[in-house]
Design a protein around this ligand. Structure first.
Ligand SMILES: Cc1ncc(COP(=O)(O)O)c(C=O)c1O
Length: 404
């Protein structure tokens, strides 16, 4: 008789956002007259930029005739997109990343969940706490995390790097040396990040200790401060210790379109074994490429019109971020983030638990946010609001919160 992968049975509870959806659904069913404003999930709301839509239309038309039709995409992505990424995201920033070190995918969620397949089940991972839950959960499924303690909400074989107000919500070198370090910078959910000088210290630490960094730069487009790196490869030596993951979701609104990429440099080797070649093998076997139409849309992100339009889109969301941050400050809240990321991280008032504050905000202000505890034990007592709503809704939500 067949057996299931027992590791799945170890995953605690149901997924954070389905719990939120259930609570919101129950509330709206009981209060159909209330206008609930959602600043919870990290999904964008603005339409795709015109340059992207035009590129998609052109690509759709190409699919309509035999001469220009495209079937399976190349495993690693079309050359036109990989070159555009290499030139714009790397060469333009002084980083030497070649097109054949870039692997186009259907998004950073898949990449961040799949990348652990390259590593031994005996490796020990380190994660920021709180952080995007996919890193830990994908390692749970692979059987790398040990046992779960419901009391502490921690796994026995995971190194947690608490990001708290005491360390400005940024990770510190753990006491125990990890094999694999997940860094999500700017961080989801805290919206905080580190300077390039500090990132260089992480790169040096990884090279010194033989650890690998998986660097998730999904929010890179929101960086506004000069001394923050846009890619880990801006740091010296990163090509021998880091894989970088990028998404088109937040910089270009591709959450429903799906596109991302991973960079695995040729220099990245475990002994004699090339991780780039392993990832190429994995892509070749398990992935049949992102759709042609979508890769053309991705290429348009790097056109002059695309860049100008997306700059405006990011500015739109960042205006929301400062509206939320300033509004909360005026209302007396302790707030973080919102400068290099579209997330605002607030301390719940009067030591309320994250979920109690969720209920309070839903019932009293009809505003939905995300309980910080859903992102890791150190998120307890905190709450995330996102800047991805419309400006009008953001302003209205803040008026309601201020009136509480
Ligand atoms: C840190 C981080 N990485 C990756 C993703 C997912 O990106 P994608 O839409 O490209 O799968 C998210 C989405 O919220 C995220 O917060």
């Amino acid at each position: 008789m067949y057996q299931v992968n027992d590791n799945y049975q170890k995953l605690p509870g149901s997924y954070l956002f389905s719990n939120i959806a259930k609570k919101v659904q129950a509330y709206t069913a009981a209060n159909p007259d209330k206008n609930v404003i959602r600043l919870g999930i990290g999904d964008v709301t603005q339409p795709l930029a015109p340059a992207i839509i035009e590129a998609m239309h052109r690509a759709v038309d190409e699919m309509a005739s035999a001469e220009t039709f495209h079937g399976y995409a190349p495993d690693l992505g079309y050359e036109f997109l990989r070159k555009a990424i290499a030139e714009n995201d790397y060469a333009a920033r002084g980083c030497d990343i070649a097109a054949d070190e870039i692997f186009v995918s259907d998004g950073a969620k898949s990449d961040s969940a799949n990348i652990q397949e390259l590593f031994s089940v005996n490796n020990k991972i380190a994660v920021c706490d709180p952080v995007y839950p996919v890193y830990v959960d994908s390692n749970v499924m692979a059987g790398r995390t040990g046992t779960y303690d419901p009391a502490t909400e921690m796994w026995s074989n995971v190194i947690y790097m608490p990001c708290t107000r005491e360390n400005d919500f940024v990770p510190e070198f753990p006491k125990e040396t990890p094999d694999i370090i997940y860094l999500c910078l700017p961080n989801n959910p805290t919206g905080t990040t580190i300077t390039k000088a500090r990132l260089q210290e992480w790169v040096d630490y990884a090279n010194r200790s033989g650890a690998l960094i998986i660097y998730d730069g999904a929010y890179e487009a929101y960086i506004s401060e000069e001394d923050v790196a846009h890619s880990i490869y801006e740091c010296q030596g990163a090509k021998t210790c880091a894989i970088e993951l990028k998404s088109f979701s937040k910089n270009a609104g591709f959450t429903g379109v799906r596109l991302g990429y991973a960079v695995v440099p040729k220099e990245l080797k475990c002994g004699e074994i090339s991780l780039r070649d392993m990832w190429a093998r994995r892509h070749g076997t398990k992935f049949n490429g992102a759709p042609y139409i979508i890769q053309r849309a991705g290429e348009a992100v790097y056109s002059n019109e695309g860049k100008a339009q997306l700059k405006q889109q990011v500015a739109y969301y960042m205006r929301n971020a400062s509206t939320i941050k300033e509004g909360l400050k005026d209302a007396g809240y302790e707030v973080y983030g919102g400068v290099n990321a579209p997330y605002i991280w607030l301390k719940t008032p009067e030591n309320m638990s994250s979920w109690d504050f969720f209920d309070f905000l839903l019932e009293k202000a009809n505003v939905v946010g995300t309980p910080g505890s859903g992102f890791g034990p150190s998120g307890e007592g905190y709450f995330r609001l996102t800047a991805f709503g419309s400006y009008e809704n953001t302003v209205a939500a803040l008026e309601r919160i201020k009136a509480l």
